[in-house]
Design a protein around this ligand. Structure first.
Ligand SMILES: [Zn+2]
Length: 136
């Protein structure tokens, strides 16, 4: 497709380079602090030691300092420990976290349990208890 556009002269090589550059730039950014130009590591959103999975749903690219500092904490704990609001957690991380939390609830059949009354909305901390309870 891109090659055909190039061959037809509808797409200039410079714009292809620009698109590639954007892709590389996004892949070259720490999912937590947004640092660029640093070596990135695959980081488990829910630590393996806490029952996190080794799938792409549980992985983001993070810089070494973030990966090291986060350690065996899940994102809510890590942000709370640093005095940051959970709203500071980047959307990419939060999206993957919530997807897994909901999946864990689904597997345990606790998605509609009375501890999580629908009328009161989903309280993030309560909902995320499912992660810790998997280990006990
Ligand atoms: Zn970072």
């Amino acid at each position: 497709m891109t090659y055909k556009k190039l061959a037809d002269g509808r797409l200039q090589p410079s714009s292809v380079l620009r698109e590639n550059k954007q892709l590389i730039e996004q892949a070259d950014r720490c999912a937590y602090c947004g640092a660029t130009g640093v070596k990135l590591q695959w980081e488990h959103i829910l630590p393996l030691s806490r029952g996190g999975s080794d799938t792409v749903d549980n992985l983001v690219l993070a810089c070494a300092p973030c990966n090291l500092a986060k350690g065996a904490l899940q994102p809510l704990e890590w942000y709370a420990q640093r005095g940051l609001d959970h709203k500071e957690i980047p959307r990419l991380v939060m999206g993957k976290l919530l997807k897994q939390v909901l999946e864990a609830h689904r597997q345990q059949g606790t998605l509609e349990a009375s501890e999580y009354p629908v009328g009161e909305g989903l309280h993030l901390w309560n909902v995320c208890q499912v992660i810790g309870s998997r280990q006990r």
